[in-house]
Structures are given as structure tokens and as C-alpha cells.
Design a protein around this ligand. Sequence first.
Ligand SMILES: Nc1ncnc2c1ncn2[C@@H]1O[C@H](COP(=O)(O)OP(=O)(O)O)[C@@H](O)[C@H]1O
Ligand SMILES: [Mg+2]
Length: 239
Amino acid sequence: MLEVSNLHVKYGNIEALHGISFHVDEGEMVALLGANGAGKSTTLMSIMRLPPPEGPQVTKGEIRFNGVDLLPVAAHILIVKYGVGLVPEGRHIFGNLTVFENLKLATYARKDKDQIEKDYERVFSLFPRLADRRWQRGDLLSGGEQQMLAIGRAFMSGVRFVLLDEPSMGLSPLLMLELFRVLKELNESGTTILVVEQNARIALKYAHRAYVLEAGKIVLEGAAEALADNPEIQKAYLG
Ligand SMILES: Nc1ncnc2c1ncn2[C@@H]1O[C@H](COP(=O)(O)OP(=O)(O)O)[C@@H](O)[C@H]1O
Ligand SMILES: [Mg+2]
């Protein structure tokens, strides 16, 4: 579904990704692991085509989605036409809007109005905490609830391929598990997922496959169980 080949990316004159290649098949949940500064967010921003100056500049390589070249495609088109959405790092929800309003806002470009009602119910059943707080302002939610709302919003936008940037950041171990269980459930019901994580342990528990990024290069890849058993991974990422 997503195919990234020999991607080189720069910020100004400094190259941040040195020719990375990876792919995500339809229906998969794939993790992109790596330490702080490895280039994980840069990879996601490159796929979403966030333009310079804040965004990275692709200098070489290809990003294809179902065969289509994504490099000339703007982020909003990517969401509406191709069904690819990003849940960025940090929560970026609207604090002055209610939980329901935040979810509703995500549906503005959808044409399948009948499905929208079902999707609200699905989000509220996946995240009962959000259902209980449906009429509460976003800024009154806990960090974990805000993260759930950010994911719920991606789901409500109707995308079928979700990129997530460190969803477990700042969550308690219990909430982290809850969050990944929901991601798995979303994945099993048809959403393809590329999740960026520093927490390799939890990502390898739930993903099908993973890639390890180190200083802008992919240094390891494979099935999640195999990577979890890999001594190098255990030493560097699983403590
Ligand atoms: N806006 C930016 N301008 C310049 N350099 C950046 C910018 N964002 C990230 N970088 C650099 O690119 C590299 C990769 O960063 P990033 O993709 O944020 O890593 P990660 O998400 O894995 O922590 C780092 O060396 C970082 O300092
Ligand atoms: Mg990052």
C-alpha cells in the first residue's frame, strides 16, 4: 500500500534521512522504532508532504501509495482523496471544543454521511472514556484521553491508512496498553497503521512487522516477534 524507496530528506543543508526504504502492506500494522532524533517524525512528515520551511524537503527517492507517486500531492488531498491521515506527536486537539465537536470537525470532508453515525458509535465503544466525556471540553481531558481523542479524530476523518507519531508518549503503562489494544482493534477492522514509537517493547507486542531507524538509516527490519528476540534490539531498546 505504501512504498518508500531510497528516500533522502533535508532540513536546510542538513540531511536527516539518508536513503531509507520500507513498505507497509494493506491491513498491516507496522512499527517504526528508533531513539530520539533518529528521524522517525521526519519520515512521517515526508509522507504527509508537510512543506518546508517547517517540514522536511525530499531531495531524492520515492513515496508511492498504491502505486501513485505522492511527492506532488498536498497533505489535504492526501487525506481526502487517498485516505491517509497523520496523528502528530503531541495531541493537537481543540481544547475549547467538546469531545464530540472535535470528532465532528474531522468528518467535514466526508461524503458517506450514513457511515458517520456508525463511526461515532464505534469510536465511543472503542474509547468508553470518550463516551463518558462526550460533552466535556477537550482541554479538561487527561493526557491519555486527549491522545485517544486524537486517534478517534483520525478514525472519524474516514482515513484507511493512519500514521501515528509516538502515541504512547507521556502515558502511564496501563493507558499505553489500552491504547495499543485499541490500535490493534482498529487495525483488525481494516485500518492500515504505521506507528512510530520509542517504546519498542509495546510496539513489538502489537505490530506485525517493524523497522529500526538509527541516525537517518534503517538498520534492522523484520517480523515483530523476531525483532523482539533479537539480542541487538534487546540490548539497545528493550533494556
Ligand atoms: N525543523 C527542523 N529543522 C532542522 N532539523 C530538524 C528539524 N526537525 C528535526 N530535525 C533534525 O532531524 C533529525 C531527525 O529528527 P526527528 O525526525 O524529529 O527524529 P525523531 O522523531 O526520531 O525523534 C534530528 O537530527 C533533528 O535534530
Ligand atoms: Mg519524533
